[in-house]
Design a protein around this ligand. Structure first.
Ligand SMILES: Nc1nc2c(ncn2[C@@H]2O[C@H](COP(=O)(O)OP(=O)(O)O)[C@@H](O)[C@H]2O)c(=O)[nH]1
Ligand SMILES: [Mg+2]
Length: 393
């Protein structure tokens, strides 16, 4: 077959990794790359932030007998996210990479997994994670309990908050990524501040949301024997803040969520304005006006927020507002019908008494709740299919 070999760039960020990086580079070049060279053009890019321990000199030493080793030297330390961002663009723009790897310098990542990860990409995945939390993977036995706890509990928390259980290792720093994913995702990360693990989590989360296929390959994470871990405890706070922010944003963008919030605001408007109107007019008039105030509030906020993507034009507003009143009346009719049918066919009787406060809960409350839910169901249907229906449908 005359197929072009794909170019693979293993990106290795380093900060004070002398003693590690030299050994790693010779392992890659003597034991790992030769087996892959038939199908892939294997290159290495070390991104060093001018480590004071002379890491870069060790890399330069290796470069003398190997042209596939590249070095990107940053003048200042910018953290893991900064190093990967610069390294990925360098790999794409200057080295013409088709695939990039994220790979630690400290020999924690088993280089024998590069081959099975490439295979997963060849099978049609866009991104492959080296995973410690699937069968065949592990974290080091000798990690302290707190490090184990934060890694395991952290990953579980991320999976729960982001409600994505298809990924088992969100924080892994061992990854194979097709560069089209990098081109698409990296620019979207620029606006946010990404440090340490948030870069990893943010990148993965954006990639999944963009619909890319992500697979996992298990590996045994080995504890570093030389040097110190650079990712301190600040990451826990940053990570939690990031995933909560992202999740709140996602939920608040859901139409159903907005609908419920707008309805809640409407109910408050009704109760408060009822008390105000009662000062000036009779109770029944006040009741009528407060219902109308709630309807107006629902109409305005639905138009500005819940259905902001289908906003009504100024000339449509009067007719639509009358329609809106009619559909709202529909919801009141539904509630009355449920109450009427409930009393008629089931009857009014106490179900239980709330402890402590001693309030009696009867079937009447049940009918009201059912009525409200059915009314909301009707309203949501009417809003999306009538008032703010997609034009041309
Ligand atoms: N260029 C660069 N590399 C970094 C920085 N912080 C960490 N690294 C490298 O990123 C990799 C992972 O960091 P490490 O401290 O081992 O994280 P841990 O494995 O989670 O403890 C290692 O190769 C580090 O040398 C940084 O600020 N700049
Ligand atoms: Mg490490």
């Amino acid at each position: 077959m005359g197929m072009k070999r794909e170019r693979v760039v293993i990106i290795i960020p380093t900060y004070n990794e002398s003693g590690n990086v030299g050994r790693l580079l010779s392992i890659l070049n003597t034991a790992v790359f030769p087996k892959l060279e038939k199908h892939y053009d294997m290159q290495v890019l070390v991104v060093d932030d001018s480590s004071p321990d002379g890491t870069a000199d060790e890399v330069k030493q290796q470069q003398k007998n190997d042209s596939s080793i590249h070095l990107l030297l940053n003048k200042t330390k910018r953290g893991l996210g900064g190093a990967y961002t610069k390294g990925m663009w360098e790999a794409i723009d200057r080295l013409g990479a088709d695939i990039v790897f994220e790979f630690d310098a400290d020999l924690s990542h088993d280089p024998e997994k590069i081959a099975p990860m490439l295979l997963k990409l060849a099978e049609g995945n866009d991104m492959v994670l080296g995973s410690r939390y699937i069968a065949g993977g592990s974290i080091p036995e000798n990690w302290g309990w707190h490090r184990k706890f934060f890694s395991i509990f952290g990953n579980l928390t991320i999976r729960i908050i982001l409600t994505n259980f298809s990924i088992h290792d969100w924080t892994t720093g061992y990854r194979a990524i097709r560069t089209e994913v990098v081109r698409k995702i990296l620019p979207t990360l620029d606006q946010e501040k990404f440090m340490g693990y948030t870069f990893q989590i943010g990148f993965l989360h954006h990639a999944l949301r963009a619909g890319y296929k992500v697979a996992e390959v298990p590996f045994h994470f080995k504890d570093r024997t030389l040097g110190k871990s650079k990712l301190g405890s600040e990451y826990i706070k940053n990570t939690l803040r990031y995933i909560l922010k992202v999740r709140v944003k996602e939920i608040s963008q859901k139409r159903l969520f907005r609908f419920v919030v707008v309805g809640g605001v409407g109910a408050m408007v009704q109760l408060v304005s009822l008390q105000i109107f009662r000062i000036f007019v009779s109770y029944l008039w006040a009741e009528f006006l407060s219902i109308e105030a709630a309807i107006a509030s629902n109409f305005v906020w639905s138009n500005l927020w819940t259905f902001s993507d289908r906003k009504l034009s100024g000339s449509e507003l009067p007719v639509k507002f009358i329609q809106f009143n009619l559909t709202s009346a529909g919801s009141i009719v539904i509630q009355l019908l449920v109450a009427f049918a409930g009393e008629r066919f089931i009857g009014l009787y106490e179900l239980f008494r709330l402890p402590l406060v001693g309030i009696s809960v009867d079937t009447g409350i049940l009918f009201a709740v059912v009525g409200i839910l059915l009314g909301m169901f009707w309203n949501f249907f009417a809003y999306s299919k009538i008032i703010w229906r997609i034009k041309g449908k």
